[in-house]
Design a protein around this ligand. Sequence first.
Ligand SMILES: [Mg+2]
Length: 425
Amino acid sequence: MFALIDCSNFYASCERVFQPNLKHKPIIVLSNNDGCVIARSDEAKALGIDMGIPLFKVRDIVAFHNVHVCSSNFALYCDMSRRVMDIIHSNISDVEQYSVDEAFVEFPPHFSLEHTLEWARDMRAKILQWTGIPTRIGIGSTKTLAKLGNALAKKSPKGIYYVSPNDNHLFSDLPAKAVWGLGRQSEKRLKGYGIHTVGQLLSRHREWIRKVLTVQGERMYQELKGIVCYPLSEGADEDQKSIMVTRSFGSDIYNIETLKESLIHHANTAGSKLRKRGLWTYTVGVYIRSSPHKSGYYSNFANIELPSPTQDTRALIATATQALQGIYKPGIGYKKSGIMLGHLTNSPNVKQLDLLAEDTSTHESSFPPFNQSTQLMKSIDAINKRYGHHSVTVGAISKTSTPWQSHKNHSSPSYTTRWTDLQKV
Ligand SMILES: [Mg+2]
């Protein structure tokens, strides 16, 4: 059994934790340089303020309804995210952080449904009490069902929703597009065959689904039927809004060069993920922090907008390095670093209009766009696919054991839990 734990209106909720007077008040959080709305409290949603809309377009609503406006504070959000994730990790061993505010967990086989629901109630209460962040939890026998449950939990007063693979009554009313990983193209194709609901989708044969929606669609179909196709840390991330690559270090790092090396490593991973999904990003965020268990805790986040969307690892590295220089403080033992590609788009040409609406000069990347890079990146991906991750990387990374690597040098392959580690016969 799986659960998806998702923080409700995460950025707005983080702001509320430290400003309790904002309880029940409409809140919006703005992108870099206060350009457009990137998060809303329920009250702000009820006023009809859309996601991504430029601030100037809703100025009247904001003034009239006294909407509280916050600039984004990613250092706060990343730290609150860490606290929430720490609580989850300390209560169950199998956790996959899916985004800054979402995590999948897998329950041990001996957990009954009742036990699982009780765990979820307890987890919500604990996260709320210890961090002040409200959450929703979806539960199901696969990640796809848990994700669906999470969306349905929005309307449940208890904030928890279990989806059974046999709930035909529920599926007959549910639009197909509610399913995790079912993109707009697939939805359109299904509509062409008169399939609008999950129930209609499930009434088809598996072979038919594979023909129409390829293997990816077949997996989704199986998952809806309660058959696990996505183990923890694999999944249909077609609708994922951001790519995060983070890592805790084996030992503390005291110099910027080694920290930079860890970011080069992350940028290579993030870049290949981006290209694998056919996406481009136009922001690169860097996160660094010391150990929260030692005195003088330091954590910071810097986000940089690119002049145009990119999927080139060299641009990611250059921008991440620039971001790091802005937040690095000497004399601190760093324990973790991360990269977040926060605004993804499926076209290299279009930068979302709402971001152009405001002057972005203060945080803009100082690097020119990298041209003619598609072929180079393709070659790198092809080599890495054939010879294993990080066989070829952009930028200099030591191949021998480095302090920023986690203590994982002695682990055997995950024979039973990872497709790529399966024994070959
Ligand atoms: Mg959320």
